[in-house]
Design a protein. Structure first.
Ligand code: S3P
Length: 171
């Protein structure tokens, strides 16, 4: 399971990691979009963030029980205590390993410049990212088994670091 802020590379790393491991991948944003039948942006705009967050909790549950070998959890999953409890249960009861893909706010701002699918970054992206990093760092720390610093690393290098974490745990 990969967690981290928007732009940390979760979805891209998850896809490549899954193909390296020969397993399937589940992405909570994709599950939300296919279940609700709208993009994340449209859900935020038409239904509001609370509706999105409720759908996200359902999607996290679905992803955790999907049998997928790799799960990319959207940046905001750690905001909810229910979600954090689900993640911590998956770690203790199941055999889930939660890896936090960490990056400096400058890196995240650069990586999220392209693509207009993230409604929370519509305003002053840099300030929002700094604020999110401040609020969410303790939450990622609460749910992760290990973190990988992704600043200056290519996708393959990040995948390599995650594989080292997995190996260290006997997988
Ligand atoms: C969000 C992260 C996004 C998406 C939504 C809200 C957040 O997912 O769920 O825009 O609150 O951090 P990614 O982290 O996959 O970009």
């Amino acid at each position: 399971m990969l967690v981290g802020l928007m732009g940390s590379g979760k979805s891209t790393v998850a896809e490549r990691l899954a193909s390296r491991l020969g397993v399937t991948v589940a992405d909570t944003d994709e599950i939300v979009e296919s279940r609700v039948g709208k993009t994340v942006r449209r859900i935020f705009e038409e239904d509001g963030e609370a509706v999105f967050r409720a759908a996200e909790t359902d999607a996290l549950g679905a992803a955790l029980s999907s049998g997928a070998g790799v799960v990319a959890a959207a940046g905001g999953v750690v905001l909810s205590e229910t979600n954090r409890a689900m993640l911590n249960r998956a770690r203790t009861d199941g055999d889930a390993l939660v890896v936090w893909l960490r990056a400096d706010p400058e890196t995240l701002a650069r990586r999220t410049k392209r693509g207009a699918h993230r409604p929370l970054l519509d305003g002053s992206r840099d300030d929002v990212i700094v604020q999110m990093a401040r609020e969410r760092t303790p939450l990622y720390e609460d749910v992760c088994d290990a973190s990988v610093d992704t600043d200056g690393l290519s996708v393959d290098e990040v995948v390599g670091s995650v594989l080292v974490v997995l190996d260290g745990r006997g997988e």
